[in-house]
Write a protein that binds this ligand. Structure first.
Ligand code: FES
Length: 194
């Protein structure tokens, strides 16, 4: 007789992605002050396609945390950053509970640390993009490493007139969204000058 529900027990006893060696280029940690557990997520992100190639995790957490991390890391492989940046808390919990059943209030923090770790890993990747950027002009979209130059070239070519259209062409603005107002400013400046 297990302490955990059957699906959690199965993943707890046979985790597939715990400690798996991935060629990670981003990592992030989530921690719980409720129980003192932490979870670190490792992501291998394709620099061209901005797609998750592989994912793994390490944790000192309980069976619930392990099961949630298994579902998370399994589900994000093959997905694009454009999709993951937009994944909100409710959608994340929906995906986890869809596969594992409902997490009670006392267990929410076990999945919470997975969500926090994923967010931190995406933030880590943004920092990497900034670090690797060597252009002369400013980097506007750190989620996708898109420079001011690139966006201005697209605007000047008349291929895009809105933030959405620019996102369709180069991904800029389709991640965390924090650069969208900068893109809009570049559009406005172009309109004023032409
Ligand atoms: S900086 Fe996140 S979408 Fe551009």
């Amino acid at each position: 007789m297990s302490f955990y529900p059957p699906k959690i027990t199965a993943l707890f006893h046979a985790p597939q992605r715990a400690g798996k060696a991935v060629r990670a280029n981003a990592a992030g940690t989530g921690a719980s002050f409720v129980c003192g557990s932490f979870l670190r997520v490792f992501l291998e992100i394709d620099l061209e396609t901005k797609e998750i190639r592989d994912a793994s995790y390490k944790t000192n957490g309980c069976g619930f945390a392990i099961a949630a991390a298994e579902v998370l890391t399994e589900n994000i492989v093959g997905r694009k950053l454009t999709e993951l940046h937009g994944l909100n808390h409710a959608e994340f919990f929906g995906e986890i509970e869809n596969e594992l059943g409902r997490f009670t209030a006392a267990r929410t923090h076990c999945a919470e640390i997975c969500f926090d770790a994923l967010q931190a890993a995406l933030q880590d990747f943004r920092a990497l993009q900034v670090e690797e950027f060597a252009g002369e002009k400013a980097l506007i979209c750190t989620c996708f490493g898109v420079s001011e130059d690139t966006i201005q070239t697209i605007i000047a070519s008349d291929r895009a007139e809105s933030v959405e259209q620019i996102g369709d062409l180069c991904n800029a603005g389709t991640g965390c969204g924090s650069c969208r107002f900068l893109i809009q400013e570049l559009i406005d400046i172009h309109e004023l000058e032409n």
